[in-house]
Ligand binder design. Structure first.
Ligand code: DGY
Length: 437
């Protein structure tokens, strides 16, 4: 298939998922608006439909809380029944500053919106609509970052925490297993609930029932504390300074500092956060043993011991020294030499690697988009090209899936596209990788 055909198909996927001013990740499986999905979708739209890009971000901000949080789901429709947990299960009225129109979830997601806004501006440098939109939305974006630093950094370290795997975007990564095992499910007295995802997607490609119980447990814990970081930090078994969340926050800080300077906004607050965050990221999240960055479990006061994809996004955020970046890239060279598409989400040599199950192994398109740009910034052009080609060839072969098989021999013999199909961020990542290589 040639480039134009692929772009045409990708645009059709986005078009089908486009609702009234925003894009759902995928019909039925994710029938509302998701935070970081929309950030990536706006980057795709920025290449050919400025109005849709603006509207995508604006719709997200319609659900911003008074404390600055952009929730991970905005439930623009209250009648959609194919998703659990729906707006009523979240009961966000426990927090006085929560948005009620639209209804939302009570947690957040990787803060990609700052760098998404920068992409909109870079792709359309003289577009009056984008310039006016950027000036209007800028203070709200800074307020979103203020949420992270005010509510999720109790020791003022410059590294923010998450208390739910859904916030990480990498729901069932093996790196969470140990922290989740601290939860006493037997005495948790969980409310009754029915999963919807496994009615739509193959259960073997989704999180397990135990993991869903743990997700519901942490949701209830957040609710008990009015979704306020302070009480949560005291009680939650799951309390993580995540490599991806913090790298994305740092990358978006940088974007907002650049935009702020251009429009003469005061960027002092952002610059203070940024200096401390980069310093601490390098000091606390680098693992000599793994040769990459990794998350830190605040409850158990230890780094994660496994290689996992989040650390690679530090390249995208310009965090490592060239020496560290070189060490990080060796892992990719090893995968390339051993017949993998890159980059799988978890260490392929680890016993917990599962090539089909969601974040325990498969390749995710939006991660590849960030890693591609990170590798390019550090002049690892061969690896960057390999990342780009991996995604494009998988999409060409299997369609716009949610995630993909990484092992070449399995791709050649069995099914290689997993999770939902016709997926929005897969389409937008493809559009951008083809139009802005
Ligand atoms: C899901 O429902 O699978 C999402 O990842 C949580 O937002």
């Amino acid at each position: 298939m040639n480039k134009d055909q692929l772009i045409k198909q990708a645009k059709a996927v986005l078009n089908n998922n486009l609702q009234n001013g925003f894009t759902i990740p995928r019909a039925k499986l994710y029938p509302f608006q998701w935070n970081w999905d929309s950030g990536f979708v706006s980057i795709g739209f920025a290449n050919y439909d400025v109005d849709a890009a603006i509207s995508e971000i604006n719709s997200l901000f319609s659900g911003q809380w008074e404390n600055g949080m952009i929730p991970h789901i905005i439930f623009h429709s209250e009648n959609e029944t194919t998703y659990f947990p729906n707006w009523d299960f979240w009961e966000t009225t426990v927090n006085k500053g929560a948005s009620q129109a639209p209804k939302t979830s009570g947690i957040s997601q990787p803060p990609v919106l700052g760098f998404a806004l920068e992409q909109l501006l870079q792709k359309n440098p003289n577009n009056e609509k984008i310039l006016a939109f950027a000036k209007m939305i800028y203070p709200k974006m800074v307020h979103y970052h203020r949420f992270w630093y005010n509510y999720r950094d109790p020791n003022q370290e410059g590294l923010v925490f998450i208390y739910h795997p859904w916030e990480s975007g990498r729901d069932n990564s093996p790196i969470w297993d140990d922290a989740l095992d601290l939860i006493d499910l037997e005495n948790a007295n969980l409310p009754k609930y029915t999963r919807q995802d496994t009615k739509i997607s193959d259960a073997k490609e989704r999180p397990t029932s135990k993991q869903y119980d743990e997700y519901v447990y942490l949701l209830e814990l957040g609710k008990r504390h009015q979704y306020d970081g302070k009480g949560i930090a005291e009680e939650s078994e799951f309390l993580i300074q995540d490599s991806l969340i913090n790298a994305v926050l740092i990358r978006s800080n940088e974007a907002l500092i650049n935009i702020g300077k251009r429009f003469n906004f005061d960027t002092k607050e952002l610059e203070e956060w940024q200096t401390q965050s980069i310093k601490q990221y390098n000091a606390k999240l680098w693992s000599e043993k793994l040769n990459t960055y990794t998350g830190y479990d605040l409850r158990q006061a230890k780094q994660f011991p496994q290689w996992e994809i989040g650390g690679l996004t530090a390249l995208f955020a310009n965090i490592p020294t060239p020496e560290r970046a070189e060490k990080m890239s060796n892992y990719l060279a090893d995968l390339m030499a051993n017949n993998y598409f890159i980059v799988p989400s978890f260490d392929v040599h680890h016993e917990l690697y599962d090539s089909k199950r969601y974040w325990r192994g498969p390749i995710w398109p939006q991660m590849n988009w960030m890693i591609y740009h990170g590798l390019k910034q550090y002049n690892f052009q061969t690896e960057a090209d390999f990342v780009r080609e991996s995604l494009l060839s998988l999409v060409e072969r299997f369609g716009f899936h949610e995630y993909f098989e990484a092992q070449r021999h399995l791709v050649n013999t069995t099914h290689g596209g997993y999770g939902g199909d016709n997926f929005s961020w897969t389409a937008s990542s493809v559009i951008d990788l083809l139009l802005c290589p």
